[in-house]
Design a protein around this ligand. Structure first.
Ligand code: NAD
Ligand code: ZN
Length: 233
């Protein structure tokens, strides 16, 4: 067993790439001629609600045809078997970590399978398409929106994440480009508090220089190997 106790793991779109979920910045980073960054904003939701809802409807529908890959399964095994503290923070809005079995999990950028009422703030599990002007089952207002943290909005559960980072002995970043803050700054926070840092990514990310160790390759190969090391077999 490695001599770490508290682990924080950050995942990004790269961990789901081998499941067939498109990353945002790679090939396919444009959607209907728009930059993805222009679809995922509160301003876009105000001005073009049909476009924003259609974008997330397509992504939600896609989840039915994809499965967790070896990286999700390995992280779920680590969650089940790791005796110390562990927090898996994902920027992904897909549900592949929970379908693989991870439970110590935070969706800091929201979830495709959830709708948020802009009027009462209550979340509702959502599996189908979500047309604009859908009635909230709790308060009846026509104000349901995708439960996604848009560019310019505050990510979820930052207090819990910051606390875990401040206590981490090891911080591991998997399949993220390091382009979106505040997640891109977690490595610096963890280092500041004395954690070792490891990056697993296909290519060097924008934040690579902050990591004590970087391993380059597909998550489906690198993550199971790293988890086996951590569990000592
Ligand atoms: P990103 O698209 O910016 O970067 C993906 C990173 O993964 C790149 O560095 C790339 O080199 C790497 N990568 C690609 N294939 C890989 C593989 N097989 N193994 C390991 N690494 C691989 O994604 P991001 O950093 O997560 O940031 C984008 C934002 O977009 C996030 O905020 C997230 O909420 C959102 N997003 C979510 C999903 C999803 O839910 N699956 C998909 C796309 C984007
Ligand atoms: Zn409501």
């Amino acid at each position: 067993m490695a001599d770490f106790s508290n682990i924080v793991i950050l995942t990004g779109a790269g961990v789901s790439a081998e499941s067939g979920v498109a990353t945002f910045r790679g090939p396919g980073g444009l959607w209907e001629g728009q930059r993805v960054e222009d679809v995922c904003t509160p301003q876009a939701l105000d001005r073009q609600p049909e476009l924003v809802h259609r974008f997330y409807d397509e992504r939600r529908a896609k989840l039915a045809s994809v499965q967790p890959n070896a990286a999700h399964h390995a992280l779920a095994r680590l969650d089940a078997e790791w005796p110390g503290d562990l927090l898996l923070v994902t920027q992904n809005v897909d549900d592949l970590h929970e379908r693989a079995g991870s439970t110590r999990l935070v969706h800091m950028h929201g979830e495709l399978k959830s709708a948020l009422c802009a009027a009462c703030g209550i979340r509702t599990a959502w599996a189908d398409s979500l047309p604009p002007e859908t009635e909230c089952p709790h308060c009846g207002t026509l104000a349901l929106r995708p439960d996604i943290v848009f560019f310019g909005e505050m990510p979820y559960q930052m207090g819990r994440i910051e606390q875990a980072l401040s206590r981490a002995d090891l911080f591991v970043s998997i399949g993220t480009s390091g382009a979106v803050y505040p997640a891109a700054g977690f490595v610096q926070t963890a280092r500041y508090h004395g954690a070792k840092t490891l990056e697993l990514n296909l290519d060097p990310s924008e934040g690579s220089l902050w990591f004590g160790e970087s391993r380059m390759g597909p998550a489906g190969t690198l993550v199971p190997a790293w988890v086996a090391e951590m569990l000592g077999r």
